[in-house]
Design a protein around this ligand. Structure first.
Ligand SMILES: [Zn+2]
Length: 99
């Protein structure tokens, strides 16, 4: 793939899957996303769009030439949702005690 083909494929992948990492779902700007081969080139994976996904650098590096997904990255749970989760858990526990 030359640079122009790569850029076109990236644009197409962003339109199809959104501007985020296929593996960890992290939303990233285009320049932070890399093109990842589902079936790596070393395993005779093709450069066709069905075999291409967008990945952040850590996920892409983690996969390397593997056929498997990257190790799961810890989810960054936003603070405000953490607070909600604690509230919810608290009210559930209270209900349990009331019973
Ligand atoms: Zn990722």
């Amino acid at each position: 793939m030359n640079t122009k083909q790569k850029r076109n494929k990236k644009q197409h992948l962003i339109k199809t899957y959104g501007s985020k990492c296929w593996w960890c779902q992290e939303g990233l700007p285009e320049n932070k996303l890399t093109i990842d081969h589902l079936v790596p080139k070393s395993h005779k994976g093709s450069n066709s769009l069905e075999n291409l996904r967008l990945a952040c650098l850590p996920c892409n590096n983690d996969r390397g030439n593997s056929l498997y997904p990257p190790k799961a990255k810890p989810i960054n749970f936003p603070q405000k949702y953490q607070f909600l989760a604690i509230l919810l858990l608290g009210s559930l526990l209270k209900n349990q005690i009331a019973k």
